[in-house]
Design a protein around this ligand. Structure first.
Ligand SMILES: Nc1ncnc2c1ncn2[C@@H]1O[C@H](COP(=O)(O)OP(=O)(O)OP(=O)(O)O)[C@@H](O)[C@H]1O
Length: 300
């Protein structure tokens, strides 16, 4: 049995259904992607998983048990709207928050020092949050979510507002959490992060699940409609090949839209007649393309 099981949960606000019967399961040592356009129901789902609000119907089980305050120490949350106290010192608030989740003061202090070392900012220990830059406040917010060693971690837009170097630093720590056995529910609008981190995903649209499952398998269900072609010299007339929908020139060569996979070999033949081919690939769709296709079609 998977440690986190969400089964057919529903949540209504007045006459608005925010989440309409969604289900998914997160394994130990897994980062699960929860995706959807604005207002799709992600935050509501995450708040239910955290026990901050209760589902109107459906169940959520943590190691087979329903939510109770006993689960509090098992849960960690990085909210989208960050919420640290600006005037309070980093050490005071992180230790306090960890204690609220059942950790001893000594352990909380030790863990905090370890995390600050991990992020190479031990000097932040005694600083007020308002003295730190926005990106560095976010590292502290991340520590607040994980310092008490939760088994279930909910990360809402964990990397927003970070520079590329810090995105990599935080991404590496999320992978470490996963490898240490945590079950992580991960929400973002950045599809490339999902591609890198998540094995399974659910895409929500207007409160409902529209796509769910193993990311690799889902990709296999969508047609491959893009060719990457690199050649030593220019290739003319690609756009005239029947079934070619688009030709874009890039630094590395050509990106070619195709109606179906069967057009691929014709493009290769055409290119070989004119030039030496150094790369030819019929690409599987990106998650970004799948997302736009799935959600876009529903909008229509
Ligand atoms: N407290 C509330 N009262 C009334 N309606 C709410 C409340 N919270 C959320 N909703 C509505 O429920 C729906 C789902 O909202 P939710 O915040 O879960 O979406 P989301 O997927 O997290 O969106 P975003 O990507 O913009 O953060 C929206 O239509 C929203 O307006």
């Amino acid at each position: 049995m998977k440690p986190l099981i969400v089964e057919n949960v529903m949540k209504q606000y007045a006459d608005k259904t925010a989440v309409n019967g969604i289900s998914f399961e997160v394994d130990k040592g897994e980062i699960y992607g929860l995706l959807g356009a604005n207002g799709a129901g992600k935050t509501t789902t995450m708040r239910m998983v955290l026990g901050l609000i209760y589902p109107d119907s459906g169940t959520i089980r943590y190691n087979g048990q329903p939510y109770s305050t006993k689960q509090l120490g098992l849960l960690g949350y990085l909210p989208e709207e960050r919420g640290l106290y600006p005037k309070i010192r980093v050490c005071d608030q992180i230790i306090y928050l960890s204690q609220l989740r059942g950790m001893s003061k000594r352990d909380a202090d030790q863990n905090l020092k370890r995390w600050l070392e991990r992020f190479e900012v031990p000097e932040y220990y005694g600083k007020k949050v308002e003295e730190l830059s926005k990106g560095n406040q976010q590292k502290i917010q991340f520590i607040a979510a994980v310092n008490h060693k939760p088994q279930f971690v909910v990360l809402d837009e964990a990397f927003s507002g970070l520079d590329p170097v810090n995105v990599e630093v935080l991404k590496a720590t999320v992978k470490e959490l996963r490898d240490s056995g945590s079950s992580i529910l991960f929400s973002t609008h950045r599809m490339e992060h999902v591609e890198e981190l998540c094995r399974n995903i659910t895409i929500l649209h207007r409160s409902n699940t529209v796509l769910s499952g193993n990311l690799k398998e889902l990709k296999g269900q969508f047609p491959r409609e893009r060719v990457i072609l690199s050649t030593r010299t220019e290739v003319k007339g690609l756009e005239d090949i029947s079934g070619v929908t688009l030709v874009k020139n890039h630094e590395y060569g050509y990106e070619i839209g195709i109606q179906s996979e069967a057009v691929g070999p014709e493009i290769l033949r055409h290119a070989l007649e004119q030039a030496e081919v150094t790369r030819f690939e019929i690409k599987e769709p990106t998650l970004n393309e799948i997302f736009i296709k799935t959600v876009g079609e529903r909008n229509e």
